[in-house]
Design a protein around this ligand. Structure first.
Ligand SMILES: C[S@@+](CC[C@H](N)C(=O)[O-])C[C@H]1O[C@@H](n2cnc3c(N)ncnc32)[C@H](O)[C@@H]1O
Length: 505
């Protein structure tokens, strides 16, 4: 069965077509770098390039395999590609590979499948009656298409049939490739970084880490780098992994600017620092720089969790499009304040903002009341920050003294910290404000999370200073519009004090 992309794509052009197919081609320096990440290659290579496009990755691999001393004697390259229009370019690249191999005395054969990789391979792997069994490969290279797949889509059902539960095409591709490798077979892929800590990717992480040994992670320092700059606001990661069950003691993590020829900084980290041993979420931490390494080390020493502080963080309960009829541009009779991230104003809330495009108020009635919270002192954080924003995590204080009302609506694009559904004590709220707005926490999130989103789950899992330390920070805070330096100074001062006085473990 061929996905409806085949029928859809020919009718589309340019950007739309590119997006329908998740088609973002790898520039050759990135391809060459990816090919350089394979460790010793087998003598007889059985290569798979899934979603091959014009063959940029296959040719990069062939260049590497044809280099002196690689030991490769033959390559059988299998390419899967759905897009009819790109097939001539793929054939031309494969011809180029053949001629390169010929000059180096390497035998080169190919198989091009103009077919849906997911449907074909899931069919073979699940051993459905009409399919032959899946071929096995010893080398896989991929820049898979990136596209959300919803629960009832044919892709999702096909992946489910081989035990893969995942919400994006790219993790579907990687999950299938892991299954298609021989033991000891190697995979190098470039993908968005969202699988490392996105809550929806937990089953994928579990599945992947149970069968692939993660050897190498590479990130680009600039978010625009690599090649998806005309696509989405995504950061990419390149990884190399080997089919097997024993994770390596050390994972090499490297980074580069993303410019061709840029220098690469690399460092080894114990696997236990990349995936924490008892982490049920199986988050993959990517410590890209020393700032992050020290932030992680400092945070891992903090004693409190949000739960131990008696606090919770929740996503704003008002989903505006579900309560459209109750929204009002301005406050009026029968309404209460409705807060969006656009109401953040430095460290505090500026409300109402009548010039903003967002509503400022919501009716308080039997339909809306379950989605409102009683007024009080709350700490709010943005769930999404723009690329230009200085920090990933932006926290601001909602003070009932500034916005008078009995009930408040917090919209779904923000998270709010509360104590059992009610407001926080002032000193504690101010302490949390200092901590969450610090460079320390920013560094942690910046390298931990590949996207601009900070979910309530991420904030729940964060380590916090104990209550006394937070209250001391809160007491020392003079103004909510303190500069970054002032906030950092407070955190350094109090966490340093905390570390000196904390009991020895
Ligand atoms: C991100 S592009 C990468 C192309 C190429 N590997 C490269 O690195 O330049 C992904 C490719 O996968 C193809 N594709 C999308 N869905 C596919 C599917 N279900 N089966 C096979 N190929 C698919 C797209 O047409 C696109 O060419």
């Amino acid at each position: 069965m061929i996905s409806d992309l085949t029928t859809l794509a020919p009718t589309l052009d340019g950007r739309e077509r590119q997006e329908a197919l998740g088609q973002f081609l790898t520039p050759s320096p990135v391809g060459d770098f990816m090919a350089s990440l394979f460790s010793t290659l087998p003598r007889d290579v059985r290569l798979i390039d899934a979603g091959a496009g014009a063959g940029a990755l296959t040719v990069a691999f062939v260049r590497r395999a044809c280099a002196k001393g690689s030991g490769v004697k033959s390559i059988h390259a299998t390419a899967y590609e759905l897009d009819t229009k790109i097939l001539p370019a793929l054939q031309a690249t494969l011809a180029e590979c053949e001629s390169l191999c010929r000059t180096r005395g390497v035998s080169f054969t190919t198989e091009v499948h103009h077919a849906d990789f997911i449907q074909t391979m899931a069919g073979k792997l699940s051993g459905d009656l009409f399919s032959t069994s899946a071929p096995l490969f010893n080398v896989a290279i991929a820049n898979p298409p990136y596209k959300k797949i919803n629960t009832a889509s044919p892709e999702r059902l096909a992946l489910r049939s081989v035990g893969l539960e995942t919400s994006n095409l790219y993790t579907g591709f990687v999950g299938l490739l892991a299954r298609l490798l021989d033991d000891g077979g190697q995979l190098v892929a470039i993908t968005p970084r969202s699988f490392c800590n996105g809550p929806y990717f937990r089953p994928f992480r579990e599945d992947f880490l149970n069968q692939m040994e993660l050897q190498r992670l590479h990130v680009f320092e600039s978010r625009d780098a690599a090649f998806r700059d005309d696509a989405v606001l995504q950061e990419n990661v390149i990884f190399q992994a080997i089919k097997g069950k024993a994770q390596p003691p050390i994972v090499t993590v490297s980074s580069s600017s993303g410019e061709a020829g840029a220098s690469i900084t690399a460092k080894g980290f114990p696997f236990a620092e990349i995936v924490y041993p008892n982490d049920a979420e199986r988050f993959i931490h990517i410590p890209a720089d020393t700032g992050h390494a020290s932030a992680t080390a400092l945070l891992s020493d903090l004693p409190a969790s949000l739960a131990s502080l008696g606090l919770t963080v929740s996503t704003g309960r008002v989903v505006d499009f579900r309560l459209k009829n109750a929204l009002r541009p301005a406050p009026g009779p029968g309404t209460v304040p409705l807060l969006y991230p656009c109401h953040f104003n430095g460290g505090t809330v500026h409300w109402p903002k009548l010039e903003a495009r967002k509503p400022n108020a919501i009716l308080d009635n039997a339909e809306t009341r379950p989605w409102l919270v009683p007024s009080g002192l709350y700490l709010l954080t943005k769930r999404f920050t723009s690329k230009e924003e200085r920090r990933r995590l932006v926290a601001c204080l909602f003070d009932p003294a500034d916005v008078k009302a009995e009930w408040i609506g917090f919209e779904n694009h923000l998270n709010y910290f509360h104590a059992n559904g009610k407001g926080l004590e002032r000193k504690l709220a101010l302490g949390l404000f200092v901590y969450l707005n610090s460079t320390l926490v920013d560094q942690y999130f910046r390298c931990f999370s590949g996207h601009t989103q900070v979910n309530a789950t991420d904030l729940r899992k964060l380590a916090y200073p104990d209550r006394a330390t937070l209250e001391a920070m809160g007491t020392a805070l003079k103004r909510s519009d303190s500069s970054q330096d002032e906030l950092d100074h407070l955190v350094e001062h109090h966490l340093h004090g905390f570390q000196q006085t904390r009991p020895q473990k």
